[in-house]
Design a protein around this ligand. Structure first.
Ligand SMILES: *[C@@H]1O[C@H](CO)[C@@H](O)[C@H](O)[C@H]1NC(C)=O
Ligand SMILES: *[C@@H]1O[C@H](CO)[C@@H](O)[C@H](O)[C@H]1NC(C)=O
Ligand SMILES: *[C@@H]1O[C@H](CO)[C@@H](O)[C@H](O)[C@H]1NC(C)=O
Ligand SMILES: *[C@@H]1O[C@H](CO)[C@@H](O)[C@H](O)[C@H]1NC(C)=O
Ligand SMILES: *[C@@H]1O[C@H](CO)[C@@H](O)[C@H](O)[C@H]1NC(C)=O
Ligand SMILES: *[C@@H]1O[C@H](CO)[C@@H](O)[C@H](O)[C@H]1NC(C)=O
Ligand SMILES: [Zn+2]
Length: 472
């Protein structure tokens, strides 16, 4: 056989004669990829139609306005709260009214925690009332509060080095912000680590990329066998001030009062709607965001916008009269903030059909101007995703990044299903995240338009290709 020349991902490859089984398979894959590339290029007109409708068509600011109506009406939607259940019932009706198919609610048991009243008063070296937010699942203090001296540390290492100083104190963590994933460990485990060395409470510098004296809440977890102590986040400003005071040798005393309380698990639902596939209805592209939020602000960014941009993707596809070969399934998760509770129960129930999930998608990193798609999957699947993202040339959002994981889709990704997340400016996102500032004011209808365009093009094309995304 003569040498073969292939054009693959913008590069010419000169292949030796096909001898040996492995090499012949490689050549086969490249032929296949060339075919897939042509197939995807055939979606240019459809992609253009989706983009036009999302960004300059009759869908005028739709996802922004739909979201504003829900969050202005209901407010924030904490797991186990009446607000969340109200939002789920409204969404169920919204999805039916939108003409989507197989609209239903899937029951889930979720945690219920209430923060109650809370305060932190610095008593020494001066009186100063601090802005705090108790952390999800924290216990409360006795009614008279906990009054104790403060030990300020900047890392777990420093806490361990100074373990002998921690007994009976309130540990204040002033860890620098080094990106969300790394820094959030202090919020999640700070109380446990402080309790292990005998602290009576812990206050954690908010995990935020920017601060105007805003506390940012979030989940924390206790550990079996370690005493449970109350824990809250404080502002970056107060954490830094206390670190300065401590470095001058100034004694700091705080009185912390929290009414926080955990209740038994309660009933909630994942909210589901579909556009049923025309040819392979059993096969699924899952598009998702979470409907629950923290109990501050409006839960507009996190993750009202991700849930509504996911809904908008199905609405745009339906408006254009498109029906992909595979089923497009919208899931609005419940109790994501408590650690992916709704999505875990969904996974356990539906994993029998894992072989028929082509792609799982989650938008939970904000819906500012998208920079591209984060993707986790095999090299072959990534090459296909890159071709699909090229269809977004008209709005110049074509980049494919690493790490498409997300709390609600990780169960599937770990089990081998390709996964994608919508990516934008994370510095902007983590300025508002889990704070009172998470409101519609932080969002921009034009940027939500662009998010929806990316989400709709990717989900539609992947659901309509002849083959499912390859896992290897
Ligand atoms: C869409 O939102 C923009 C920005 O808020 C606003 O200027 C415009 O009037 C809105 N368009 C419609 C049709 O509501
Ligand atoms: C500081 O606050 C405490 C408790 O609220 C109060 O009893 C005390 O008088 C205050 N001290 C000053 C100097 O204002
Ligand atoms: C699995 O998929 C089949 C169709 O292939 C469907 O009938 C069934 O309800 C699915 N099961 C679950 C638990 O999703
Ligand atoms: C997956 O879908 C195919 C056809 O689309 C069907 O034949 C098969 O039974 C499904 N597998 C499962 C596990 O439901
Ligand atoms: C398109 O996006 C890329 C990547 O964000 C950027 O570098 C480039 O300047 C953009 N091009 C135009 C014409 O806006
Ligand atoms: C959002 O898209 C709509 C069309 O769907 C467009 O009319 C509107 O101007 C866009 N909004 C903004 C703020 O650009
Ligand atoms: Zn979220």
């Amino acid at each position: 056989m003569a040498p073969l020349i292939f054009f693959f991902m913008g590069v010419f490859y000169l292949l030796p004669s096909c001898s040996g089984k492995a090499l012949c398979e490689d050549v086969g894959h490249m032929k296949t990829f060339r075919k897939i590339k042509e197939e995807i290029a055939g979606y240019q007109d459809v992609a253009k139609a989706i983009i036009d409708l999302a960004v300059c068509g009759k869908a005028q600011n739709r996802s922004y306005e739909r979201l504003a109506l829900l969050v202005d009406t209901v407010g924030p939607r904490l797991s186990g709260s009446k607000n969340l259940e109200k939002a789920i019932q409204i969404m169920y009706q919204n999805l039916i009214n939108d003409g989507l198919e197989n609209v239903h609610l899937e029951p889930v048991k979720v945690p219920r925690w209430e923060r109650g009243q809370e305060s932190a008063m610095m008593l020494e070296p001066r009186n100063h009332s601090m802005a705090i937010l108790g952390l999800g699942s924290s216990i409360g203090t006795p009614p008279e509060g906990i009054t104790a001296e403060v030990l300020v540390v900047s890392s777990f290492d420093e806490l361990h080095r100074r373990a002998s100083e921690a007994r009976g104190k309130i540990v204040v963590y002033n860890q620098p912000y080094k990106g969300y994933g790394e820094t959030a460990q202090y919020r999640v485990q700070g109380a446990v680590e402080a309790a292990k060395v005998g602290a009576v409470a812990s206050l954690i510098r908010s995990v935020a990329s920017f601060s105007i004296y805003s506390p940012h809440t979030g989940i924390q977890f206790y550990q079996d066998g370690v005493p449970q102590i109350p824990t809250a986040c404080i502002t970056v400003e107060d954490a830094e001030m206390m670190a300065r005071m401590a470095s001058r040798g100034t004694k700091i005393v705080i009185q912390l009062k929290m009414e926080a309380k955990n209740y038994p698990d309660t009933d909630s639902f994942n909210t589901v709607a579909e556009i049923t596939g025309s040819k392979y209805p059993e096969q699924v592209v899952l598009v998702s965001g979470h409907l629950d939020s923290w109990d501050v602000g409006q839960g507009a960014l996190d993750d009202g916008s991700g849930a509504f941009v996911s809904w908008e993707a199905l609405s745009l596809i339906k408006d254009l009269g498109l029906r992909p070969k595979r089923t497009l399934r919208l899931v609005m998760w419940t109790a994501e903030e408590q650690g992916g509770v709704g999505s875990l129960q969904y996974y356990q129930l539906h994993k029998v059909n894992i072989s028929n999930f082509s792609l799982v998608m989650e938008s939970d990193l904000g819906n500012f101007m998208p920079t591209g798609l984060a993707f986790t999957g095999s090299d072959k699947a990534r090459a296909i995703i890159k071709e699909v993202m090229n269809l977004l040339q008209p709005i110049n959002i074509t980049q494919v990044f690493e790490d498409g994981d997300g709390t609600d889709i990780n169960y599937w990704i770990k089990a081998g299903v390709p996964g994608a997340s919508l990516l934008d400016d994370l510095k902007q996102y983590f300025s508002f995240h889990h704070s009172h500032g998470d409101t519609m004011t932080a969002l921009d209808p034009m940027q939500m338009n662009y998010s929806a365009a990316v989400w709709a093009v990717v989900s539609y094309v992947i659901a309509d290709l002849d083959e499912m995304l390859p896992r290897q």
